[in-house]
Design a protein around this ligand. Structure first.
Ligand SMILES: [Zn+2]
Length: 504
């Protein structure tokens, strides 16, 4: 069978434009070497790899062979991922070829270039589409619009043995992090993913070298990462706004946003300057301005407060320079702003709390920038953060509300998938949820909504659970909003706008 798998892979490479037909013998021989084989017999006609699951199946065949021959020492997802990435790289064009093809297409249109590169990132198995397809996704309608929910199942869970093994490894500073340029082509280790089949598009941002790539976990369509060519920490400042607009000018069909630059309200990688973008319209982008405001001296920039559970100021105009200027002044004002009555403190004990999650896009040929006001203060009642998912919602999510959530896509922990199945069974069996240890934490929540629905049975229980998770996520976003959607919250928000006007 191994000869069949080799042929299937080589033909797959040719069919998907990774290889030329004249690369057939060369690539076959490279694969033979990786599999420690010294001869090849053409198996004749083989089944084509046409879908992601076909590719998964063929790679599984190769991995089983490698395990049997001791080329892979142990049946672990970590070791198998390291090996099949190396196999896929044998089918890949070199970076120079990919970069050349990208910019040639870019000449015609940026969209053609990104279409090509996104396709390449998937067929190369850098994005493991067959895993992404296992993610659970649904949409919940709320008064703020249609909110996306996903339970991410595509990040492989490491087995305890590999975690233990990784713990004994010498720490390495190469590459410095998963966002560094040096990941391109890197074979990986037990504690660092293999990136041999990864190709980075070098771009220029504000005259500096940056990289453009897709996220291997694609939380939404064409989820891309734009990252500094150097391993330098991220910061939200005027330069960040300038970089973001520089990117969307080059890729006008993409939005781009940044996580905030403080713990609790920021993302998971603060150590490497980067943005995330993509080709997707989130609920927040669709949400309308519910109250226009005028910022003194910037009457040419439309400004308003967005109808959204978090506190968002939207700027829109023809001149990106003017938007950047105004955004910088709002940021500056916010960094130093305290309002005791609204429980907003710029700092406590010398620790700064105020920052912004910014998102830039082009809308109908005008530039637009959403500034989401953030504060990472903790209190005795909310030790993980006051503007963070409150404890009563931790049974659904307790992780940070980062850029992606802010925009209206809940990324929920993998554990919820099994818990939802157990909850469903318990509800249908009319069991006392409190008495089932693994799901007891959901008992109060289930009690709170069961009365709303008359009949709960097999036909509607999934939908009810999904909707109620959406309701919880909406409340979590409201927790993260520094100004609550009450009369008092609205007045406090207006007070901040007046403060900005007083300081311009
Ligand atoms: Zn780095």
């Amino acid at each position: 069978m191994i000869h069949t798998y080799i042929k299937q892979l080589v033909e797959y490479g040719i069919d998907n434009g990774l290889l030329e037909p004249c690369d057939r013998i060369y690539t076959t021989n490279i694969l033979l070497d990786m599999l420690k084989m010294d001869a090849y017999e053409d198996p004749g006609e083989v089944k084509k790899i046409e879908t992601p699951s076909d590719l998964e199946e063929t790679l599984k065949g190769v991995l089983d062979y490698a395990l049997e021959k001791n080329i892979i020492e142990e049946d672990s997802v970590v070791l198998k991922d390291l090996f099949d990435t190396k196999i896929m790289n044998a089918l890949m064009p070199r970076p120079g070829e990919v970069i050349g093809a990208f910019w040639e297409k870019y000449e015609k249109s940026p969209k053609e270039a990104t279409d090509y590169y996104y396709h390449l990132s998937k067929v190369s198995d850098y994005i493991r589409t067959y895993r992404i397809e296992r993610d659970k996704k649904w949409v919940v309608s709320t008064e703020y619009g249609d909110i996306d929910i996903t339970i991410n199942l595509s990040k492989p869970e490491k087995d305890p043995k590999m975690i233990a093994l990784a713990g004994t490894m010498k720490s390495s500073s190469y590459p410095k992090c998963q966002l560094c340029m040096e990941n391109e082509g890197y074979a990986g280790r037990i504690n660092h993913p293999a990136r041999e089949n990864h190709r980075i598009i070098p771009i220029e941002i504000q005259g500096k070298k940056w990289g453009f790539q897709y996220s291997p976990y694609v939380y939404y369509n064409e989820h891309c990462i734009v990252f500094n060519g150097e391993h330098v920490p991220m910061a939200i400042n005027r330069a960040a706004f300038e970089k973001m607009f520089d990117f969307i000018r080059q890729f006008p069909h993409y939005f781009v946003g940044s996580n905030a630059d403080l713990p609790i309200v920021g993302g998971s990688i603060l150590s490497h300057d980067h943005f995330q973008g993509g080709n997707y319209t989130f609920a927040m982008a669709k949400a309308p301005v519910e109250q226009e405001v005028v910022l003194k001296g910037f009457e040419d920039v439309k400004a308003g407060i967005v109808k959204w559970p978090m506190s968002v100021i939207r700027l829109n105009g023809e001149d990106s320079g003017r938007i950047i200027e105004l955004a910088d002044r709002i940021l500056h004002a916010w960094r130093g702003y305290s309002d005791e009555a609204a429980f907003i403190f710029a700092e406590t004990d010398g620790e700064p709390h105020n920052t912004i999650t910014p998102i830039a896009r082009i809308r109908e040929e005008r530039y637009e920038l959403d500034l989401v006001l953030r504060n990472n203060i903790t209190t005795k009642e909310h030790p993980l953060g006051l503007y963070h998912p409150w404890e009563e919602f931790h049974h659904i999510k307790k992780e940070n509300i980062g850029l992606i959530e802010v925009m209206g896509l809940a990324v929920l922990p993998a554990r919820l998938k099994d818990e939802m199945e157990e909850l469903k069974a318990a509800i249908l069996d009319k069991k006392d949820i409190k008495s089932v240890e693994s799901i007891a934490k959901h008992a109060r929540w289930v009690d709170s909504f069961m009365g709303k629905y008359g009949m709960v049975d097999e036909s509607n229980v999934d939908e009810i659970l999904q909707n109620e998770i959406g309701e919880v996520f909406k409340k979590i976003l409201e927790c993260a909003g520094v100004y609550k959607r009450t009369e008092a919250g609205k007045e406090a928000f207006e007070k901040f706008i007046r403060y900005v006007n007083g300081n311009i």
